[in-house]
Design a protein around this ligand. Structure first.
Ligand code: EPU
Length: 417
């Protein structure tokens, strides 16, 4: 078993380069199948989630060449094969093969997607979108069979502004006949990044980044060159670490406006940030003002930063509150943080933190990706040694986390025990 061991309470200074966004890359890789010629995607993070998607592309018959952070995909050799659980159980985003293969081949057979256990994670809105475009969906045990004679544009209203459903419907609709409108679409920067990619391939999408996305179907898509946007959640995670133990810690290759919900909260709490055009520098303070956050879809406070942010509340004098509104099971880190010395009370989806608390290293468990990131942040700020188990969750989403933190002065390593 691999564990992460952190000797805490060392100041971190220097620079951390932010990688390409996981949640963009995991959609761009399946989306590449829609093209009829070579696609080059640059700035793809080397994390296990993107590894699995590259392996799935190869399984389907695509040629995938990876050189560091660039991935070149030759998609025109793909064949229609059932995508087995072996690939889909490892991450949620395997469901983007549904939209991409439906769009391209009008037929897909795929097992239920896996991913972090942070809630029920239904895909009813994805399926509703496919059906509106003319597909029929059948279940054979855990396998979904999505089939269409042809796909026709439709007006689709999403009951919830779902990131996954918005992207999956875009993927299926770009090659459909006629016009599709996605109403109450999600507005996350990753959606804009995927729409730009599809448009670079020849798609006609407007409105990405607003709640109404319009797509005019085209006959075919060609390969292109595309760059993944910087990971706003990785950016936020390192800024939170900087607020805990930074000494002029500079996080660069970032798009500051993508992370404004966090930076404005940090400023409100008393943090001093220097925000440049593509970097943010932060130093830790001994204490902060208490804070309240409520997770919301973009541009609200991201649920993916709720868990790491909770750790910072250990430095707040008084009572702070966190309300989670997206995932019903995203409070699993709280028990681990209590073990490390935080005083937390949970009432449904609201957690109340009373600080300040001295964090103390101990043995903790990463229950999911962002819970893992929270424990890394806590370990870096704690007295003594923190040992985190189940670190495969962390390695799914943070490229080179040990190297990046070591480079700025952290005492952190992965050990086989
Ligand atoms: N929902 C439905 N039906 C659906 C789809 C979603 O009820 O068909 C509900 C979900 O249960 C949830 C809400 O809608 O309560 C929002 O879910 P959404 O579809 O937006 O989430 P997702 O696409 O499954 C992506 C990210 C998550 C991130 C959420 C919210 C990827 C691969 N995952 O998930 O990232 O938390 O958007 O921003 O892009 C992470 O990176 O740690 C992570 C979990």
């Amino acid at each position: 078993m691999k564990v992460m061991r952190i000797e805490g309470n060392h100041k971190l200074s220097g620079t951390i380069k932010i990688s390409g966004a996981k949640n963009s890359s995991v959609a761009l890789l399946p989306a590449s199948l829609l093209a009829d010629s070579d696609v080059t995607i640059c700035n793809v993070p080397e994390i296990t989630d993107t590894d699995v998607l590259c392996q799935t592309l190869e399984y389907l018959g695509a040629d995938v060449r990876r050189a560091s952070e660039s991935v070149v995909i030759t998609p025109n050799t793909i064949t229609n094969k059932v995508i087995p659980q072996e690939y889909t159980s490892k991450l949620r985003a395997s469901y983007y093969f549904m939209g991409a293969l439906l769009g391209k081949l009008k037929h897909v057979e795929i097992y239920l997607p896996g991913g972090c256990s942070i809630g029920a994670r239904p895909i009813n809105l994805h399926l509703k979108g496919f059906e509106a475009l003319g597909a029929t969906i059948t279940n054979d045990g855990d396998k979904f069979i999505v089939d269409a004679k042809e796909l026709k544009g439709a007006h689709i209203y999403l009951d919830i502004a779902s990131v996954g459903a918005t992207i999956n419907i875009m993927l299926a609709a770009v090659l459909a006949k006629g016009k599709t409108i996605i109403d109450n679409a999600a507005k996350e920067p990753e959606i804009v990044n995927i729409a730009t990619f599809l448009n670079n391939m020849g798609a006609k999408i407007t409105g990405a980044g607003t709640s109404e996305i319009r797509i005019v179907g085209v006959e075919k898509l060609e390969g292109c060159y595309h760059e993944v946007i910087p990971d706003r959640i990785e950016t936020g995670t390192y800024l939170i670490i900087g607020a805990l133990v930074g000494d002029q810690l500079k996080v660069y290759n970032v798009i500051p406006e993508h992370i404004e919900s966090l930076t404005s909260k940090l400023e409100e709490m008393g943090s001093n940030l220097e925000i440049g055009s593509d970097y943010i520098t932060i130093s830790a303070k001994d204490k902060y003002l208490p804070a309240e956050i409520k997770t919301l879809s973009y541009p609200g406070f991201p649920t993916d930063l709720q868990q790491p942010f909770s750790v910072l509340l250990s430095k707040c004098e008084g009572v702070s509150k966190v309300e989670e509104t997206i995932w019903e099971n995203r409070f699993m880190h709280l028990k681990e943080l209590e073990k490390m010395g935080m005083k937390i009370e949970r009432n449904g989806m609201v957690a109340t933190f009373t600080g300040p608390n001295k964090l103390v290293g101990t043995e903790v468990q990463a229950t999911d990706l962002r819970a893992g990131a929270a424990l890394v942040a806590a370990g870096l700020a704690a007295d003594g040694v923190t040992t985190i188990s189940n670190i495969e969750h962390i390695l799914r989403g943070y490229e080179g986390i040990v190297e990046k933190l070591t480079d700025v002065g952290a005492k952190i390593k992965i050990e086989e025990i």
